[in-house]
Design a protein around this ligand. Sequence first.
Ligand SMILES: *Cc1c(COP(=O)(O)O)cnc(C)c1O
Length: 463
Amino acid sequence: MNSQTQSLYSQIPSVDRLLNEPEMSALVLEFGQHLAVESLRYLQDLARQEITRTASLPAWASDWAGEAQRYLTAKLRPGLQPVFNLSGTVLHTNLGRALLAEEAIEAVASAMRNAVTLEYDLDGAGRGHRDNVISDLLCELTGAQAACIVNNNAAAVLLMLATVAPGKDVVVSRGELVEIGGAFRVPDVMRQAGCRLVEVGTTNRTHLRDYRDAANENTGLLMKVHTSNYSIQGFTAAVDEQDLVTLGRELNLPVATDLGSGSLIDLQQYGLPAEPMPQNLIAAGVDLVTFSGDKLLGGPQAGIIVGSKFWIDKIQRHPLKRALRAGKITLAALEATLRLYQQPDRLRSTLPTLRLLSRDASEMKQMAAQLLSPLRQKYGDRFNVEAEPCLSQIGSGSLPVDRLPSYALTFTPKDGRGRTLEALAEQWRRLPVPVIGRLQEGKLWLDLRCLQDESKLLEMLLA
Ligand SMILES: *Cc1c(COP(=O)(O)O)cnc(C)c1O
């Protein structure tokens, strides 16, 4: 070590000396002695590395308390941060999908604070089943005989397949072998469930005779998968559930549908694209229907299986059920969400997902008009800030071709450089409440469909 390095090293104050500085008492008060000491040791280490690398003290060495404050604030910031979802996708999987209803939030808080009748039957003081309460609700809402709840829809499909067709063939149309967001692919789930996938038909056309020809003594299930995130257009044919059920009855085979999203209400009454409803499939005679809790249903992450008592009883007894079952927090949120569906005329105000999806473009247009001038003042020298019509997506397994008219604030860099735009997006991602927009056509778009607190957004963007 040369003498210059040595002299720089000696300028690193000791932890004791730093702790005695008056500026440090606020730090200790805020974070406690333990974390304050840890942060100073960490900064000492950082300073030594800087000296070795650059033969100089770090710039912050004149303000150890300030740097320790920054370090500890970052260290203690929760990893799961609330953000403004202005991406234009309402049910954004990477942003946690559905926002829950206040009723669900309260039910969760209560279930977390208290002992609850999770598997406790108050009438008989015996051991109830944890899905019982929700099962009754789901039967009421879908017309099914029974229901089963697991952690997500992927788990629902896995458990259903493992129960109904272990070691057997499952017949699926080639046009329905979907991949959902990375890790869920129908053929992989089949394999994991111990089933053999039998693809029938072609990518664009599958007929009833294709299912019939594929069925033999090894067949355990006829299955349909809702092609939620893509659409096949043009010369197409698919078999509807009604016909598949008729064939299933004839061949003595169960029929199942993985709906993915599914909606318990007719979305068209809100001006939204039609989405298949579990109750219609149950009415058509489908034995088992699976769907998600946190997609269009607007509840917590959960997987729901509804169907015949015969199959649901078997599913409930499968050893995998124990591994995939939902906890009391999920069940509390799901029950409270489903109860809202008992009063469908109020759903638009009680269910945030429906409220956001059915918001009229004029509402977003008005918000955009109000936000425009303060944002122009702040960003106008570097960006052209405009209010523009745009199209939102439902997200999470609803057709990407179905778009909802909305309004956005757009930021176009005056220097025309993509780097300037990316720097802005990055700057907003670092805000205390990060603002997530969408980069498209050389602009940063803030789709206002999911904006609920305009003044908070302004506070962030003007800070
Ligand atoms: C979304 C989806 C799944 C997976 O559901 P998760 O709740 O995300 O596990 C499975 N199948 C289809 C058709 C889907 O759309």
